[in-house]
Design a protein around this ligand. Structure first.
Ligand code: CS2
Length: 494
């Protein structure tokens, strides 16, 4: 009987007999990449590509230093400290097999909220070539209707007043870029890896709006010198469960406080524009293109929107996971109809991709029974996600007299879900959303004003003015409120 080994650098020599460990020398790596927002997704995606590249003997020595700007990142900092920034990647295959390995590309982790100076220094250091971001859709601080930077945010107001006390990504980037410019260092690239169409352009526009208020000269330097590649990122990464931690302990006798689980599929398409060099990621399967927009749109409007369609309808139906939805033929058919009839017609031509097989593969990935991606993860922050994933599809279809039935049913179900917070069996649904109370307040008015929910302009724009939409929406809403039988109303659309 072996003994359980805590995951850390010293124990790697023994862990090697159990699962694969980094074969490269971590001590010589430099933090060429500073990554803000180290959650499951980054650890299953960019950090894995970086690890794979480091595994190649002739590779450059790019390591990653993780940064958490919020107090909520403290736990990650503690775990990383205890484990010498190592963690286990557990890839879950549809046949039930789990392939586990230790990832070693992250070499340091810093918290920004309690020591902003250290993070600014790090970003301003000449070794830093790229600052990459997974700060979620909500992290970009834009007004979804106007698309403009939200100067009302108290954190933004604070950092504009006190540039030495940054709070959001914008304060940190500005302070660090200023230092680099003053030190005559080349800037770093800002690489957004969030699920937002034109994520690089978004990061650029928002940062420039912020900097212009503070320092017009710096803004023009950023405008001409800093690259913001757009990218499309993809790997389904459910929330880490206790079961994953126990599995590692039982099966491999490794104690990892926070492993990451994910599907086998991974994809990363990036525009090849970098201010200060980049790792040779093409050697490990990353695709570099000159324009990533059609790929981004395809992914967000099919995969992410597809997730939300299953997530919202599934939550009201009382399902818990995406694969549970995919075990129900009605859900599978509705998902496909939504993708074929509503999302596909508004996509641009996507070079080299056969949309039919892309959609087939999405169905397979969603159905993977080992992933157990929770609907609570999918539905969390819907107020930030749906205006990116689903609502634009309705607007674009209305403009071309296209189909809107399934997307509209999702919005009606979202209203019901935000109002009642229960599924059709009366079980409560935990709603995680920065706009939770606004959503609830608006949805609650539905009884007296059926259009109250979609009057939230910051989410829906002027959708409430479109009669074709409102007629369909109110009819669907009435039905859901009457009998809560979401599946019946899905069947009605087939
Ligand atoms: C999901 C995404 O958060 C969501 O709503 O759709 O996290 C999705 O799993 C990833 O983008 C897959 O690449």
């Amino acid at each position: 009987m072996k003994n359980t080994l805590a995951l850390n650098q010293k124990n790697l020599v023994e862990i090697e007999d159990r699962i694969s460990v980094p074969t490269f020398d971590r001590s010589v790596l430099k933090a060429g990449i500073i990554h803000i927002g180290v959650g499951g997704f980054h650890r299953a995606h960019q950090a894995v590509y970086t690890h794979k590249l480091l595994e190649q003997s002739n590779s450059q020595k790019w390591g990653i230093c993780g940064v958490g700007l919020r107090e909520g990142d403290t736990k990650m900092a503690e775990v990383f400290k205890q484990q010498d920034n190592l963690y286990t990647l557990m890839v879950k295959h549809p046949n039930g097999k789990t392939a586990s390995q230790i990832i070693g590309s992250i070499i340091d982790f810093k918290l920004g909220f309690n020591n902003p100076e250290a993070v600014i220094e790090l970003m301003a250091h000449s070794d830093t070539k790229i600052v990459s971001l997974t700060i979620t859709e909500g992290g970009y601080n834009f007004n979804p209707v106007t698309g403009n930077f939200d100067f009302e945010n108290p954190d933004i107001q604070h950092e504009l007043k006190f540039p030495d006390e940054p709070k959001t990504i914008y304060g940190f980037l500005t302070a660090a870029l200023k230092k680099r410019r003053d030190a005559k260092l080349p800037p770093f690239t800002i690489m957004s890896c969030d699920n937002i169409e034109h994520n690089g352009d978004m990061a650029r526009n928002m940062l420039l709006s912020f900097v212009k208020k503070q320092d017009a000269h710096l803004a023009s330097w950023i405008e001409s010198e800093v690259c913001f590649p757009n990218s499309m990122v993809d790997r389904i990464t459910p929330v880490t469960t206790k079961a994953a931690i126990t599995y590692l302990e039982k099966t491999h006798e490794i104690k990892d406080e926070w492993p990451v689980t994910c599907e086998p599929f991974m994809q990363w398409i990036v525009e090849d524009k970098f201010s200060n060099g980049r790792p040779e990621f093409e050697k490990v399967g990353v695709q570099f293109v000159s324009d990533v927009k059609p790929y981004e749109k395809m992914k967000l409007r099919l995969l992410n929107a597809g997730h939300s369609v299953l997530g919202i309808l599934g939550a009201v139906q009382g399902f818990q996971t995406i694969n549970e939805c995919m075990e129900d033929d009605i859900f599978v058919t509705c998902l496909r109809r939504f993708m074929d009839k509503e999302a596909t017609p508004i996509l641009d031509e996507v070079k080299g991709i056969d949309l039919k097989s892309y959609k087939d593969s999405l169905e397979e990935r969603f159905a993977n029974p080992t992933i157990k991606d929770s609907l609570s993860r999918i539905c969390s922050e819907s107020a930030a996600k749906l205006p990116k994933f689903l609502i634009p599809t309705i607007h674009e279809n209305l403009a071309i007299h296209g189909n809107i039935e399934f997307a509209t049913l999702v919005i009606a179900a979202w209203c019901y879900y935000s109002d009642k917070g229960i599924d059709k069996n009366g079980q409560s649904i935990e709603i995680v959303d920065a706009m939770r109370s606004e959503l609830h307040q608006a949805a609650k008015k539905t009884k007296t004003d059926p259009l109250a929910f979609i009057k939230q302009e910051s989410l829906f724009g002027n959708l409430v003015k479109n009669e074709r939409f409102t007629t369909l929406y109110t009819a669907m809403l009435r039905q859901i409120y009457e009998d809560q039988n979401i599946k019946k109303h899905m069947v009605n659309l087939l």
